[in-house]
Design a protein around this ligand. Sequence first.
Ligand code: UDP
Length: 135
Amino acid sequence: MAIERTLSIIKPDAVAKNVIGQIYSRFESNGLKIVAAQMKQLSRADAEGFYAAHKERGFFKDLVDFMVSGPVMIQVLEGENAVLKNRELMGATDPKKADKGTIRADFADSIDANAVHGSDAVEAAKVEIAYFFGA
Ligand code: UDP
């Protein structure tokens, strides 16, 4: 089993719902260690740069509006198969399709306001961690 790092963001909807601690508890009880963290109010440039891969998609402007609507909690998670493990804990992008007991099933309201981000691959995680935490 590989020890990996992945980037996680608790999005503005979940920060506003006061569930940072409950989400952290899921990470920790599933073997993911929080090795760096920062609360941040993203600028539009921060959000646009982070989601640059989606800039041609119809939902891009709404996504950026949402991501700057309040502070986010950004963390680096470390553990065995951290990238996949975090994606499993998060559940599907659309909370209506997310498995029971996942973070999105329990804390998200819609596909736009879906509580958390998690890197989808080890290479993406490296880029995303560097984006917020530097080398
Ligand atoms: N998103 C959206 N509408 C869509 C698809 C995606 O608002 O129809 C947003 C949603 O917040 C999602 C983010 O864009 O989390 C990135 O999309 P991606 O497909 O990468 O999903 P994720 O990796 O977050 O599950």
